[in-house]
Design a binder for this molecule. Structure first.
Ligand code: DHB
Length: 392
């Protein structure tokens, strides 16, 4: 037996994109059902990046999606780029008038889930989507298997794929055309450790031994990453070996060490779906694009997609005005490709490739110096890092 439910917008994926979209739509009186294959606990405990652009923070706080982002997040007014043993600070407010906030993504997810549940949002965890159809009509649908094994059919007016890099909605939108794609010959070895921050701001370090990023989570927990092989086994290194690898990549800064409480290997690639919309289905967030993590654009780009889509769906569903949904893919693409470029650029400028020649290495140092020694260079980096303004 199949249980049928009706809603205006069927949202697949309860990550930042899907949850924020349901929150924004609800504010306009547009109801939605949000489905996610994962449990609430899994969503709330998966460790992701921690840097939010100023516009992301504004959207989360002004719309009531998160009160804690301002109360518990910490404002960062700069980062350090470190190479050849020296640190170079990029000061965001003086270059752009903006800052970023350090607030872990899973905390933002806890806030969004709590806000949606308090508003009695229909939010279904452990529900696996099995099909998407009729997206080129006014009555698209999604079928799914619920946590209790029941078959569901959600009949909607619009379907949104916000279901991450392994999106099940994506094939319905892109057909066989797939996407633009690039892999990288390295990955990040990430740790969480019980120790106070080693530096009050984040350090992005380029060294002959490879890249490292010294980030933080709280006054007592640090998040750090170092460049590793994509096939690396996170359990193959002892704690001592991890600290040695990290310290070798951040010469000149003594790292605060402590027990390592979590370790993971993040593989990365650049991807943009060839199609972001087909009829009454749209892709947002990681379902539409993934970026390498250097520069922390992933969640911020998802939020920018959703702000655009919210406006387009309000016009379509409340006023039968198709204009914004018709231009959604083109408008979203502009920011997506700027973020793709920035993430690729930060990655290529800071990591060292195993097959880099002496020329490549010296050119890379020349590039880093061109950025830090030029106000235009620092401004370019700071504008992208703190986030371009959302489209008016
Ligand atoms: C973090 C991750 C990033 O990719 C980044 O550029 C900055 C910070 C983090 O996890 O803290």
């Amino acid at each position: 037996m199949t249980i049928t439910a009706r809603t205006r917008v069927a949202i697949v994926g309860a990550g930042p994109a899907g949850l924020l979209l349901s929150h924004l739509l609800a504010d306009a009186g547009i109801d939605s059902i949000v489905l996610d294959r994962r449990s609430r606990d899994e969503i709330e405990s998966t460790i992701r990046a921690g840097i939010l652009e100023q516009e992301t923070v504004r959207v989360l706080s002004e719309t009531g999606a998160s009160d804690r982002v301002l109360a518990d997040g910490s404002r960062h007014d700069g980062i350090e780029l470190r190479f050849e043993g020296e640190g170079h600070r990029i000061d965001f407010p003086s270059l752009t008038g903006r800052s970023v906030w350090l607030y872990p993504q899973h905390e933002a997810l806890k806030d969004l889930i709590a806000a949606r549940l308090a508003a009695r949002q229909d939010l279904r965890f452990e529900t696996t989507v099995t099909g998407v159809g009729d997206i080129e009509t006014d009555r698209p649908w999604v079928t799914a298997t619920a946590a209790d094994g029941a078959d569901l059919r959600i009949e909607a007016e619009f379907v949104v794929g916000a279901d991450g890099s392994r999106s099940v909605v994506r094939p319905a939108v892109t057909g066989s055309s797939g996407g633009y794609f690039r892999e990288y010959p390295f990955a990040w070895f990430g740790i969480l450790c019980d120790a106070p921050p080693s530096s009050h701001e984040l350090i992005y370090s380029n060294s002959p031994a490879g890249f490292a990023l010294i980030s933080q989570r709280s006054p007592t927990i640090q998040r750090m990453y170092f460049q590793c092989d994509p096939g690396a086994d996170p359990n193959a290194l002892s704690e001592g070996e991890i600290w040695e690898a990290l310290q070798a990549r951040v010469p000149g800064t003594a790292l605060a060490t402590g027990p390592i409480v979590q370790r993971d290997v993040l593989r990365f690639r650049s991807f943009v779906a060839h199609e972001l919309r087909r009829g009454r289905a749209v892709l947002v967030g990681d379902a539409a694009h993934t970026v390498p993590p250097t520069g922390a654009k992933g969640m911020n780009l998802a939020v920018a997609d959703v702000v655009l889509l919210d406006r387009a769906l309000r016009a379509l569903l409340l006023e039968s005005d198709h204009r914004l949904i018709d231009t959604f893919a083109e408008t979203a693409s502009t920011r997506i490709w700027k973020a793709q470029h920035f993430s690729w650029w930060m990655t290529s400028m800071l990591h060292t490739a195993a097959d880099a020649s002496a020329f490549d290495r010296r050119r890379q140092l020349g590039e880093l110096r061109s950025v830090v020694e030029s106000e235009a260079g620092r401004t370019f980096l700071a504008e992208a890092y703190t986030g371009w303004p959302h489209e008016a």
